[in-house]
Ligand binder design. Sequence first.
Ligand code: AP5
Length: 218
Amino acid sequence: MSELNLILIGPPGAGKGTQAERITQDFRLAYISTGDEMRAAKETDEDVRRYVDAGELVPDDIVCKVLFKRMDAEGDDGFILDGFPRTRPQADVLNEALERRGRRLTAALLIEVDDEVIVQRLAGRRVCKNGHPYHVDYNRPKHDGVCDIDGLPLVQREDDQPDTIRKRLRVYHEQTEPIVDHLDDQGVLRRFDGTRPPGEVHDHIRATLATLRLEDQL
Ligand code: AP5
């Protein structure tokens, strides 16, 4: 069966983590979130903590080092990268790294949501220590304040304060949005309406990936 190598791209709060969790289960892919990796790194690295909590991008060299170490440890049965690449240099480094490993990107899944919706969503987001996302209105856990998956308490993320959310949106528009055209030129971009309910977004992504996989086998 052909290997699916995917990236998830979109503004903060678009639902990348929510969809990644589902797609990972559908297709049994290795899930690598640079956001989760950076939140783990900030526990011991004061520089990383300052960038993440302020809603700024962590420098490319730090993120790339952590990412490729993880990628090599995961083997070659396909992956889903959540939150990488976020800059043009990161996109170039990813292409070179895949080429060196004899692999290629299958698709870049862009989840599109307007800024006003994002601010409302992130204010209501709650996560457990392992990063599983919920929402106080749109995606409630079975038991209030407790993660369905691992039973850990749900809390608000440090960077989900209104000012920091706006800063993250600015960073997205300035630094990450420009690589969308580049991915489109590469022929790998697929767009999804992230304002639909999570289940609908998931159905759409799953159908697209099933088609891509079939086409690959023809
Ligand atoms: P990261 O963790 O990647 O943050 P982000 O891109 O800002 O994305 P989020 O995790 O906030 O949102 P999401 O799209 O996953 O949405 P979610 O599914 O949770 O990165 C954090 C930081 O790490 C960065 O700011 C940076 O400092 C650093 N970093 C990471 N990668 C980096 C890189 N490559 N280079 C440099 N620095 C890097 O959903 C949001 C909420 O909405 C949830 O409550 C959810 O339940 C709800 N929801 C989801 N889908 C729907 C829906 N369809 N309808 C209604 N509600 C929904």
